[in-house]
Design a binder for this molecule. Sequence first.
Ligand SMILES: [Zn+2]
Length: 247
Amino acid sequence: MPGSLRRPSTVSGQAPSAAVSAKIGGQELALSEDGQIFAAFDRDSPDSLDLSVVFADGRVENKALAIAPRDWQISRVNIARRSGGSSETWWKKRKPEWEAITAARAKETDAAGWRQDFIWPVKGRISGLFGRQRIYRGEPGSYHSGIDIAPGHGVPYVAPADGVVVLARMGFSLEGGLIIIDHGGGLNSAFLHSSKILVKEGEAVKQGQRIGHVGSTGRSTGPHLHWSLKRNDARLDPLLFTGPMAP
Ligand SMILES: [Zn+2]
C-alpha cells in the first residue's frame, strides 16, 4: 500500500488478498476479480485521505494517506477575466453539445484499457501542461484540464490505451472535432480540436490504433491535440499515466 501520493494522482496496484472492497476518501475503488485496484484524485483533492479496506472475514483496515502538494504553473495577469460563453444565445447552442459530452462520459463499457500502461497519442512539443492556471486581476480562471501536444497540423494520433469510442463527432463549438474513448474502470480520454476523425461511435479501438488527425477546430489558437483524462468526476494529469515523453 502506498504511504503518500502526489496530487493529482492515481493509485493502482494489487489489493491485499482476501480484500473484498476498498474505499479511499469515501470513493469506492475499482477492484477487479484478480485484486487489481485503481483510484484517482484530481487537482483540488484534500491533503489527506482515508484508505479503508474490507476483508472477506469482515475485518476492516483503515489507514490515512498523505497527499503531497504539487507545484503548478500559475501566472498572474493584469487583464480582466473573459466572461465569454454565458449569454443565452451561446447556451442555446452549447447545451445540446454539453449534454452529448456528459452522456458520452457517463457511458460504461467493458473496455479493459485502464489496466494498461498508457502510451502518448502523438509525440511533439508540449504546448500546455495540465493544471496551468491564470489569475486575472486576482480572479482565478479555470485550470487547464488536459495536456496540449503540438506536432503540427494533420499529424495522426493514436489511442493511448484500449477502449470503446463513446463519442466521435466534428463541429463542437469549443472542442471542435472531438473523440471520447472509454477505457473501462470509470476512466475515459477526450481528444479535442481534431481536423479529421478516423473512428466511429461504438467502435472498439486498440492501443496504438490511429483514431484522428491533429487540427485546430473549435476554440483553438493553433493546431494541437488537447488530451484530457477523467475518472468519474476527477480530472487527471495524462502525464502521470504515460510518464515523460521519450524522444
Ligand atoms: Zn488544452
